[in-house]
Design a protein. Sequence first.
Length: 402
Amino acid sequence: MRRVALSLSTRQASARQSLTSAAVRTATMKAMVLQEAGPNFKMQLEELKMPEPKANEVLIKVRAAGVCGTDLKIMKKEVAFPIPAVMGHEVSGEIAAIGAGTDSATLARLKEGQKVVSPFIMPCGSCSFCVRGKEEMCETFFKYNRGMGALYDGTTRLYRPNGTPIAMYSMGALAEYCVVPSTAVFPLPEGVPEVESAILGCAIFTAYGAVRNSGDIRPGETVAVIGAGGVGANCLQFCRAFGAEKVIAVDVSDDKLKAMPALGATHTINALKEDVKERILEITGGKGVDCAIEALGRADTFRQATDVVVDGGRAVMVGIAPAGMLANVEITRLVRRQIKIMGSFGARARTDMPEILKFVSRGMIDVASPITAKYSLADSAQAYKDLAENKIVGRAVVDMKL
């Protein structure tokens, strides 16, 4: 009798799962779809099929998504990516479902209903870079997601009702729901605001990678951050947290620079009004900074970062530039004075995100202050137009409840 009861229970559970899967397949959700890329990019709110997570993937009900300049480079066709696509690569939300066949270690860590955040780099966990702890260089992520707009079986999770596939930029967070590999899903600590925590996925995640991993900022050092946007502003926060003595924010907007002391800047420079190199030499007693972080992706600021560091200093390049852009560097100085130039795309999800969350939960990193604008999903196209026109001073987020 016991075996019969167990068998019946199993069949009933399978039937419920089948019904649930069928309901998901017929359900739809709203998503902002990039339909045309270029200077006058076109985005449209559409009904897409409800995405379904596969093994070791998580379906997240999106609470908020960050508005990032890297999305904008795709929209403006400065960086190649498949179209049509759903953008949005930093997200906060709630676990709505976990894919069937997910491993037991993941099921012990993640539960339906948890508040979570996800970074834009979604490591596969098994490629040659991931196994060496270099998840920010995950070759699977670059091949399938950045190259194809897909997840790691080579297919997207987003489709129009007629079956047309829609590419995903990271998880495609400009939607009511998104699917994320479980390696990039992290429970949100108690007390951390859910909407504002969306910027943990790129603005703060990228800043941590630049300051901690590439810049290796130590107590007492001097740092210049060139570009006081979403990533640059949070680089200032981490410089302060890691004990930098002088932290210099460089930008062309007085409105942006006014907010930087609260985030950790000890000095600010408006590059339109002052000679950046001369002013940095003045602030540092003629030496230059130990580390310069470039957060814009421009040829002139790339060169500027290499020019303002001390002998043996580090220049960390974070900004994504339009495809094909080159920058000039003074070769002899680079060689004789051992200037180090490093690229920094992001942080390492499984090792760094838990540390980032500790900084946030202890109040050492503020997720709320960098956010100066909130938009609804329906207005998210306008958010990127405002970003393109430099109307957003700090970081903006798309709030799904607006």
